[in-house]
Write a protein that binds this ligand. Structure first.
Ligand code: COA
Ligand code: NAP
Length: 313
């Protein structure tokens, strides 16, 4: 593995920058916030649970130094996010960088998912990223003559991953938005890029999407937690033979925010050790999920007395 010392950016390379990170209170967003603070940025973190962003801000200021300002907010609430940007503009005079990291996810079969569950994920991920991006542009970037947006995406929609219709649809929308906004706002000095993480150890994403939590069959969940054996099996499928960590993602985000990346826009950078090439449809690797998937098909075809694939395909 590459040592921390070997992957250092120039100290203070983000000095003078103000960055707002949604979902910055936990997981990958927290990792990005911490790295930004190490490199001199002033950070603002926004999420629904004030206790979470407040304690993260206090811990990071103590551990890392620098500045982290916690704000309670729901990225789905257009007016509330607008007011947060107004408040941040008053307090910091600008926002240079927006990181859209807030998201919600779980494993679910599309035929069992409630419409509200689908809409909730679409609203947090896709609508939330648009809401924050538009406010960042109108309230800050258009006033200071430029800015940077990084959308945190994923790779599961590249392969149509099982149990991920809701999140995959939302993230595919985000990837499209990355390109649209890059084209629209490029002449205004705004760069828009994405980072698509693979499996990142120790995050909610990993614990919620571990396939031992998968709903099999028909909506019930398996009871065992993702154990070491299961992680070892996943790791064996990953070309670079390890899970990712928060620094892998944070360093990629930093790179895309630096002048060294000043000609990169509209791109989503996959940071996954090659996972999607070999295990992109990860749930289908799980025996129980695969069995439930095949059995559901057989059961539905049997209802139509069509146990072989015939004219309906
Ligand atoms: N499987 C299927 N449906 C689920 C679900 C699950 N594991 N968890 C929640 N839902 C459904 C709820 O039942 C509800 O639908 P209903 O009204 O038809 O019953 C709908 O999703 C909304 O749930 P609710 O808890 O009211 O929404 P919320 O806005 O508070 O929470 C979630 C959003 C569901 C995405 C929640 O998991 C969350 O807040 N996650 C943030 C953390 C996270 O997911 N991190 C991983 C990022 S990769
Ligand atoms: P996480 O810790 O649960 O991060 C999600 C964050 O979003 C939380 O801090 C949560 O805080 C916030 N959030 C959720 N709904 C919100 C809302 N409506 N408004 C504002 N904030 C909201 O999970 P993570 O695994 O680190 O995931 C972070 C990002 O990486 C996500 O975009 C995810 O899709 C992406 N990703 C993760 C992995 C992985 O392996 N972990 C892989 C691929 C992609 P509150 O609950 O306080 O609101």
């Amino acid at each position: 593995m590459v040592s921390d010392a070997a992957m250092s950016f120039t100290r203070d390379c983000l000095k003078g920058k103000v960055a707002l990170i949604t979902g910055g209170g936990s997981g990958i967003g927290r990792g990005i916030t911490s790295r930004f603070m190490e490199l001199g940025a002033q950070t603002i973190i926004v999420s629904r649970k004030y206790d979470r962003v407040k304690s993260t801000a206090e811990e990071l200021e103590k551990q890392v130094g620098g500045s982290c300002y916690p704000v309670q907010g729901d990225v789905r609430d257009y007016n509330a996010i607008g007011k947060i940007f107004d408040h941040v503009m008053e307090k910091f005079n600008k926002v240079d960088i927006l990181i859209n990291c807030a998201a919600g996810n779980f494993l679910a079969m599309p035929d069992k998912l409630s419409y509200n569950a689908f809409r909730t994920v679409m609203e947090i991920d896709a609508h939330g990223s648009f809401i924050c991006s538009q406010h960042a542009f109108n309230k800050s970037f258009s006033k200071i003559g430029g800015g940077i947006i990084i959308n945190i995406s994923m790779t599961l929609h590249y392969t149509g991953a099982l149990l991920q219709t809701h999140a995959g649809t939302a993230k595919a929308g985000i990837d499209a938005m990355t390109k649209h906004l890059a084209a629209e706002w490029g002449p205004c000095g705004v760069r828009v890029n994405g980072v698509a993480p693979g499996p990142i150890a120790g995050t909610a994403g990993m614990s919620k999407l571990g396939t031992s939590k998968a709903p099999v069959p028909h909506g019930t969940s398996k009871k065992n937690d993702a154990g070491d054996d299961e992680l070892d099996q996943l790791t064996a499928f990953i070309p670079l033979q390890r899970l990712g960590n928060q620094k892998d993602i944070a360093n990629s985000v930093v790179f895309l925010c630096l002048p060294e990346a000043s000609f990169i826009t509209g791109h989503t950078l996959v940071v996954d050790g090659g996972t999607w090439l070999t295990a992109g449809n990860f749930a289908v690797l799980d025996t129980a999920v695969r069995k439930a998937w095949v059995e559901r098909g057989k059961a539905i075809r049997a209802i139509a007395n069509d146990t072989e694939f015939t004219s309906k395909l």
